[in-house]
Design a protein around this ligand. Structure first.
Ligand code: THU
Length: 130
């Protein structure tokens, strides 16, 4: 199954009764495995989690760490870019040149690299003196 199809399918499982905004995310790792996640909202709003966080958690739980490709999809007028927190979460496991494809359910696409999405990212190199 393509990464785009995986993201499209997992989006259907999103728990988004408060925003009614379902998001699906799928990522591929260096091993070729695909992991996917959807947003899971909560009546205590800040406890909700984004689709990207779900996909990353599934990947980490499987013992994988190295993301090579990401797709995010939502039913929006334009491709939805990951929130700031998710950019930092993705950057933990994506090299700067990894492509993040953002899609609408209508098929519009926007492709950006991780470093374009999070320029000047805080990284492990900033902690070298510790
Ligand atoms: N959301 C995601 O899951 N990923 C994104 O990239 C953007 C926003 C979710 C969070 C919340 O459940 C809903 O979309 C509305 O913000």
């Amino acid at each position: 199954m393509s990464l785009q199809e995986a993201a499209r399918r997992v989006r259907e499982n999103a728990h988004a009764p408060y925003s009614n905004f379902k998001v699906g995310a799928a990522l591929r790792t260096a091993s070729g495995a695909v992991f996917s996640g959807c947003n899971v909202e909560n009546v205590a709003y800040p406890e909700g989690t984004c689709a990207e966080a779900g996909a990353i958690a599934a990947m980490a739980a499987a013992g994988e760490r190295d993301i090579t490709e990401v797709v995010v999809i939502a039913d929006a007028p334009t491709p939805v870019t990951p929130c700031g927190g998710c950019r930092q979460k993705l950057a933990e496991f994506c090299a700067g040149e990894v492509e993040v494809t953002m899609m609408t359910t209508d098929g519009a696409k926007l492709v950006m690299t991780m470093s374009d999405l999070l320029p000047g990212a805080f990284g492990v190199e900033h902690m070298e003196r510790t």
